[in-house]
Design a protein around this ligand. Sequence first.
Ligand SMILES: Cc1cc2nc3c(=O)[nH]c(=O)nc-3n(C[C@H](O)[C@H](O)[C@H](O)COP(=O)(O)OP(=O)(O)OC[C@H]3O[C@@H](n4cnc5c(N)ncnc54)[C@H](O)[C@@H]3O)c2cc1C
Length: 378
Amino acid sequence: MEHFELCIVGAGVVGLALAERFARTRPRSYSILLLERNHSFGQETSSRNSEVIHAGLYYTPGSLKARLCVEGRHLLYQYCQQHDIPYRRTGKYLVARQDELQGLERVFDTAAKNGVDDLQWVSRRTLREQEPLVEASHALFSPSTGIVDSHGFMDSLLTSAQRAGVQYAPLTKTIAIQARNGYFDVQTECGAPGHIEPFTFRCRHLINAAGLHAQELAMRVEGLDKVFVPPLYLSRGCYFSLTGKPPFRHLIYPVPEQNQRGLGIHATLDLAGQIRFGPDVEYIDSIDYRVPEDRRALFVEAIRRYFPSLRADQLHPDYAGIRPKLCGPDGGVADFMVQDEGVHGVPGLVQLFGIESPGLTASLALARLVADDGALQA
Ligand SMILES: Cc1cc2nc3c(=O)[nH]c(=O)nc-3n(C[C@H](O)[C@H](O)[C@H](O)COP(=O)(O)OP(=O)(O)OC[C@H]3O[C@@H](n4cnc5c(N)ncnc54)[C@H](O)[C@@H]3O)c2cc1C
């Protein structure tokens, strides 16, 4: 049976960042296998998001989300510069009506506690000069928010990881894991439908970075007490694209929803300057990426609060992503969950749950946390 030091299940942005970090910080003899069930990396949540490099304005101070977002943002800008990944520090305006001022003040306080020191109050006049079509009484400007070509970023992580010796296996679905004493036997199914073959191997360490499927995979780990597998709630976020000349030059965000279920339907720019609005929040029972046409009215109402001249026929259903939430619609806010032996008692196993936003921004910091500070020391 083939043997690896480390197996990472899932080649989304987090699994890729982990593969790159482990490969770079371990000797060449430390063999790493990266498994992906789809034909290519990053086909799920990692390619169904806003591609925003978040500054770290919203997350509960002291939480992993807050710490890893701020650290990850610095690492991500640095990585993009060093590896020629397309990105832009667009900056973002957070805008509020008179009755929402308290919401903006809360964001300002939280951001300060999270170590974001460049968030600024801007006058109505400045906002009007910068974004004449935005209607708001109060605004904050975040200069360190930006956008990134997430596919280019993931592609670069994979190339770097492979150069450093990582073996990458797409079309390889992990179906069962037996935790033995100090190692794992892993069963997979490889190949495209119609040509599937079993492949079994052994590894000393295993990281579950399976995103929306992390809980399903954890349930297949024989030897893991299932009380450690948290519940999963699927929260779909749809996007509508805007036709016509882009009306904004910056990202425009409303005041976040009080319950922190989402950041509010905002305007994001892609690197070509096109505008997309989203994501909304809708809890669903199974993975379904359709964008229901009937969400349009809700979008129009939410967007017109800060962009009154929007016409409903300018919006077109675009795509959707699904947040792997650990709390249901009424259940509050959960942090990223990183479980190692200290939590579940299985040596060599790390499981990542609830890696929703700002997981793209935080990915390099998350990889650093697991590879440098975690339980998988060489
Ligand atoms: C609507 C939306 C908007 C967002 N916007 C932003 C944003 O602007 N900025 C930001 O920082 N973050 C954002 N995020 C969060 C970010 O996209 C995620 O945190 C991040 O992509 C998670 O990456 P991942 O690698 O954990 O998961 P995924 O991308 O889901 O990757 C998991 C991988 O595991 C594979 N896999 C699963 N099961 C198996 C198995 N059994 N065997 C082999 N492979 C398997 C899957 O095929 C998949 O490729 C957003 C998320 C959503 C939903």
